[in-house]
Design a protein around this ligand. Structure first.
Ligand code: GLN
Length: 483
């Protein structure tokens, strides 16, 4: 087995025994990208010299007996909306072409402090708006299990790169499902932490009350190792939580249940067969272990997608105002005065979906409509949060589908509403700020599928434990696409 097919935990053990060097791992990742990424398109680019220099520095630390942590020498690739000093950051948008990050995101800094080797710019839907990674201004990413299909999105580059063994670990961001949904479509583990658990300093903001950074990995243990490094409060992100960070791997192993697991009727009865069957597979497993499945209700969750497309677009219209052709990236060459610079740079720099959302967001914030749309959406959001809080009075976590449908074929031109409704099971979780994990659970029509576990605020340990119990009893984590 090639080095890049190993899990992060296996690589960490090999490094710690001095059986391989960080340089060998980095070279294996580069070779793998060169061999398969022309067919997948997970990377927008990477800086090989920087990658190898970091790997060499890790090897030098280790030979001095000064390794910084478990992940010292293990590569972690970044979604292209997470800053790494000296590297480009485009959010897969033309408007940021030529922009180079002048600083590290907090997650990037924490990874470096743990010795991890931070590399790569992973493709995404432009500004993380989308669920297919076909909204990238540069090229679509393809699903490594079936390259005619999308890997999901918006962190499709991250999920595809991990699934295709180009990097053992990647970071994604999740505003309405963008870690969990591509993870499910690519057969890997994706964890959206509790809102505030991971600092967003240095993440290009999409919808600030929803955005979270989180791990994408081949196994639950690997996701726990990565979360361990990136979690924690940060003075540079006022929404980050100062609560102590538990030992996730230990917490995961210590939690055994038996658990009370809620299945929301609204996420199950009317769900398409493929979504229901992922939940049934998981429910049968947990029941077999002695856990109790409890039918629960989230009556207001049906309004989540509508509320999300008001709140997220409102926040995006404000966050994206900074891309004015003056401070960042691309400036229109046709402009003759200041107003023209803004208008033309934005008209030329943003893609259609981004423009649509800015216009929608500006509209719902307009005086006169603010109360009818934005304020009402915020009220709906509170009600959805209350629904979850009530359910968590009786259950330890919730079991739900991740996506209603398999990943679409690229070029099939799926309708906008259908795309937006694709996040029907993930968006309520962002609105409520809860942690959730997407766990691979088999294949349907040769494509992977996954289920979702949704937890109480800051209870990532129980989610990891539930996901790990399932993973240990199956061999899905070992399955890799043949490319
Ligand atoms: N698909 C959703 C959207 O288009 C969620 C995206 C995300 O989580 N970044 O907004």
């Amino acid at each position: 087995m090639s080095l890049c097919q190993k899990t992060a935990a296996e690589l960490a053990a090999l490094l710690s025994n001095r059986d391989v060097s960080a340089r060998e791992i980095a070279l294996a990742c580069i070779a793998r990208v060169e061999a398969v990424d022309a067919r997948v398109g997970a990377f927008l680019g990477f800086d090989a010299a920087d990658f190898l220099a970091q790997a060499d520095a890790s090897d030098a630390r280790r030979s001095r007996g000064a390794a910084l942590g478990v992940l010292d020498g293990v590569p972690v690739a970044l979604k292209d909306n997470i800053s790494a000093i000296g590297q480009p950051l485009t959010c897969a948008s033309k408007i940021l072409s030529g922009y180079v990050s002048p600083y590290d995101a907090t997650v990037t800094r924490k990874l470096r402090e743990a010795g991890a080797v931070v590399w790569g710019r992973l493709n995404m839907d432009e500004f993380a708006m989308g669920a297919s990674t076909t909204n990238s201004a540069f090229h679509p990413t393809r699903n490594p299990w079936d390259t005619a299909r999308s890997p999901g999105g918006s962190s499709g580059g991250s999920a595809a790169a991990v699934a295709a063994s180009m990097t053992p670990l990647a970071l994604g961001s999740d505003t309405g499902g963008s870690i969990r949904q591509p993870a499910a479509h690519c057969g890997v583990v994706g964890l959206k932490p509790t809102y505030g658990r991971v600092s967003r300093y240095g993440l290009a903001a999409f919808a600030s009350s929803l955005d979270q950074i989180g791990p994408i990995a081949n196994t639950v243990v690997d996701a726990a190792l990565l979360l361990q490094v990136i979690a924690g409060g940060d003075p540079f992100d006022g929404t980050s939580l100062a609560d102590a960070v538990p030992d996730y791997a230990a917490g995961m192993r210590a939690a055994h249940g038996p658990w009370k697991i809620g299945i929301p009727d609204e996420f199950f009865s009317d769900a398409p067969a493929s979504a229901r069957s992922a939940v049934e597979v998981a429910a049968a497993f947990f029941q077999g272990r002695g856990d109790t499945i409890i039918p629960v209700s989230l009556p207001r969750a049906k309004h989540a997608v509508a509320a999300y497309y008001i709140i997220a677009t409102a926040e995006a219209s404000s966050n994206l105002a900074r891309y004015d052709g003056i401070r960042y990236g691309q400036r229109s060459t046709g402009a003759t005065d200041a107003t023209d610079i803004y208008a033309l740079s934005r008209a030329e720099g943003f893609g259609d979906e981004v423009k649509r959302r800015i216009i929608l967001g500006a509209y719902v914030l307009t005086s006169g409509y603010y109360e009818a749309y934005y304020l009402r959406a915020q009220k709906v959001r509170s009600l959805i949060r209350d629904d979850f809080a009530r359910v968590f009075e009786t259950v330890d976590f919730i079991l739900a589908p991740v996506t209603p449908t398999p990943p679409p074929r690229i070029g099939d031109g799926i309708g906008l509403l259908e795309q937006y409704l694709g996040d029907i099971y993930t968006i309520p979780v962002n609105l409520a700020g809860l942690p959730a994990i997407s766990v691979p659970c088999g294949e349907a029509d040769k494509l992977p599928s996954g289920f979702q576990l949704i937890g109480k605020p800051l209870d990532e340990c129980t989610l990891l434990a539930g996901a790990h119990a399932f993973e240990e009893a199956h061999d899905f984590a070992a399955r890799r696409p043949t490319l």
